[in-house]
Design a protein around this ligand. Structure first.
Ligand SMILES: [Zn+2]
Length: 421
């Protein structure tokens, strides 16, 4: 199925009524660990009265240790079908599951990356593949733990992988760089990798997701994580800071001034008990931001945008927080913000991506261009995306990806293998 579309250049947050339905731009998912979709819902039982991100990570490491290229392909394919059907037309894959479980590289050191590339190609989603540099188990430089060994590279090995993947880039594939976090990348290694990157490479990093990470960074580097990064790297529009949850005022201003994008992942940050991003302060400072589904506890841009706003409302006991001058509608302002940052965060100028919402859905009855986005974001639980077009090619029709059933079958087989004791 590859029906050419009219090729209309969608501009941020424009929505128009067409004979097919309400047509809007496609949405970029700025942060994904595809394999984690397989554990969604499997870490919601209390294992300890003080359950936290760190106890969740134990469950995640157990799951990560079971993947091979075939199961990663099956899980990523299912995830990408779900993303497309939900209205995401591109994904930034923050990929650190590089080697075999014992830490030895596969015969093809890029085998796991190629599983993600194949899943994206077969399902038709844009992929910004971000191979992750992961070197140490903490700010003190301790070696990787047993279960982290399959994530690890030295600088030369990492750059070889980066170059191998970069040669694969094409119309729907960009290759950028991810630094796992400051705790996983020593300063000298960070500088060496940054110096070797091509000028147009996008750079993503997890930062300030957890208070413990801020405290460790202060203890060992004398600065908070974002402060340290602002002083030790030339942050600019090529950078995407993932989470940036715990910020002081100077960090909020520094990020906004740098031009870097913040990838906010509201459903994962809620699920993991991370904390709340300082959205209003970031907007007031003129900062760029987008959304990611990260652990994929939810795969829905609607839910990410809705909870981005709802978190702020719960914390401030006020309504309608994410607005901007000339843009009083929260849904429109949120969608516009997410769309505006996408080219710099993903490396794609995806102006020929589009989604079409079901104009016959009851919650869009008598809708106008002025209220349809607010209704979509705030009142919908039934998926309203009927069509999805990526680079002018239709990949979802009547709400369904054409490979939905075949992909789901392979996913179910993979899950049975992954969950077997
Ligand atoms: Zn992440």
């Amino acid at each position: 199925m590859s029906t050419p579309t009219a090729g209309s250049a969608a501009t941020p947050a424009t929505i128009e009524r067409t004979p097919e339905g309400w047509r809007a731009p496609g949405i970029a998912n700025l942060h994904s660990h595809a394999f984690q979709r397989a554990m969604a819902g499997l870490a919601e039982r209390q294992t300890h009265p003080e359950d936290s991100f760190w106890t969740w990570r134990e469950t995640m490491y157990r799951m990560a240790g079971r993947f091979d290229p075939d199961s990663l392909h099956a899980v990523a394919s299912q995830l990408y079908v779900e993303m497309l059907e939900a209205g995401y037309t591109g994904v930034c894959e923050f990929h650190y599951l590089h080697h075999a479980p014992d830490g030895r590289p596969y015969d093809d050191p890029a085998a796991m990356s190629r599983a993600l590339i194949a899943a994206a190609r077969e399902t038709g989603i844009r992929l910004t593949l971000l191979p992750v540099l992961y070197m140490t188990g903490g700010f003190d430089g301790r070696p990787l733990g047993e279960r982290q060994k399959r994530f690890g590279h030295d600088v030369d090995g990492y750059l070889r992988l980066f170059e191998t993947l970069r040669a694969e880039a094409g119309d729907l594939l960009r290759v950028g760089c991810a630094l796992h976090s400051l705790r996983a990348v020593p300063p000298e290694a960070m500088h060496a990798v940054l110096a070797a990157l091509p000028a147009d490479a996008r750079i993503h990093i997890h930062i300030s997701e957890q208070i413990g990470e801020v405290q460790d960074c202060l203890a060992i580097r004398d600065l908070r994580p974002v402060e340290w990064l602002l002083r030790n790297a030339e942050l600019d529009a090529r950078w995407t800071l993932v989470h940036a949850t715990h910020l002081n005022d100077g960090e909020v201003d520094g990020i906004a001034r740098s031009g870097a994008t913040v990838a906010i992942c509201p459903t994962t940050e809620a699920n993991l008990g991370d904390g709340l991003f300082r959205l209003r302060d970031h907007l007031d400072a003129g900062g760029a931001w987008g959304i990611g589904s990260d652990s994929h506890i939810s795969v829905s841009p609607v839910e990410e945008l809705r909870w981005l706003e709802y978190g702020q409302r719960l914390a401030t006991r006020r309504r309608n927080i994410a607005v901007a001058p000339g843009s009083p509608g929260v849904g429109v302002t949120l969608l516009r913000g997410a769309l505006a940052s996408a080219p710099q965060a993903t490396g794609f100028d995806a102006t020929d991506d589009a989604i079409v919402l079901d104009a016959d859905a009851p919650i869009l009855a008598a809708a106008s261009a002025d209220d349809v986005i607010e209704r979509w974001i705030f009142s919908g639980n039934r998926p309203l995306v009927r069509e999805v077009h990526v680079a002018g090619r239709q990949v979802v029709a009547d709400g369904r990806h054409p490979q939905r059933d075949a992909v789901a079958g392979r996913y179910a087989d993979a899950l049975r293998r992954l969950l077997r004791d």
